[in-house]
Design a binder for this molecule. Sequence first.
Ligand SMILES: Cc1cc2nc3c(=O)[nH]c(=O)nc-3n(C[C@H](O)[C@H](O)[C@H](O)COP(=O)(O)O)c2cc1C
Length: 306
Amino acid sequence: MAIPTSRAKESATITIDSEKCEGCGQCVKVCSNLGLTLVGHKAAVSENQIFGCVACGHCMMVCPTGAIAIEGRTLSPVQLFNLPDKKSAPTYDNLLALLQRRRSIRKFKDKPVENEKINQILEAAQTAPMGLPPSDVHVLVLENKTQVRTFAEEFSVYLKSIRWMTSNWFMTMMRLFWGKANDEMMREFIKPVFDIYVDEMDKGDNWINYDAPLAMYFYGTPYTDPADPIIAATYAMLAGESLGLGTCMLGAVHPFIQNGKKARLFREKWGIKFKSREGLFVIFGYSDVHFKRGIKRTFADIHRAS
Ligand SMILES: Cc1cc2nc3c(=O)[nH]c(=O)nc-3n(C[C@H](O)[C@H](O)[C@H](O)COP(=O)(O)O)c2cc1C
């Protein structure tokens, strides 16, 4: 049995070099698929696997002698690398400082983001965990201010063509289906946002993606765990922060480009290959705003089970 994603339909193959295997059992311990077993002090492929091998690669990564090779589902041993020194990883205090210094930035200097930084952001984002390997996250990169602005202008034109969705009659009718909370969100948040996006763009002001010099849209496929693009976007945002860039997540574009023929045409125009349950934009650039203090935020609730 193989778990499908948009990139892989087959299981990966596991090859064990029993000459090299020292029988330490680390690979057996680490496989969450019950995919490996020890037979006579040597690792062997188990007959009790839950699924076919999904190619998480953990067995290859723990093996001290390089006795295991996973091939397939976009993975192979050539992708292995030596771990960075533990001492080079940020401490909790360093990480917390990065997190506390981050703010959503919506004003940027008129300075492009260097190509090297774009690549570094993408490299870091690709370390994100995913519901199931191989990652089924897709990324659209708008790599300069012109592309970001053009996207926003075309999005605004597209929004105008579906403006009837924020009309009173439509929202009143839909309340029966989508309930009170969604009705309130539509009237108090979505409609005003919709109006600002369209009306301000008509005046030349871009409230959609703020004319950032770089934007990335993380989205999935019908196979993708909805959390995956969001996690990847979060990694990208933090990578951007670590590179001295201001960042902001933008949630408002994704839901509008999912349903209907016009949405599909808009997606196709921008090479967005799939509709997906979740997706998120992140914008990046050199901040034109400098915060002097942080602010302590809290979750709605943290409940420790007793
Ligand atoms: C999922 C998500 C979607 C967001 N969407 C938008 C958006 O569409 N436009 C915007 O200006 N800010 C957006 N933001 C930024 C939030 O408004 C911001 O995080 C919040 O105001 C708190 O500010 P802080 O990030 O500086 O702590 C979004 C943030 C998240 C996490």
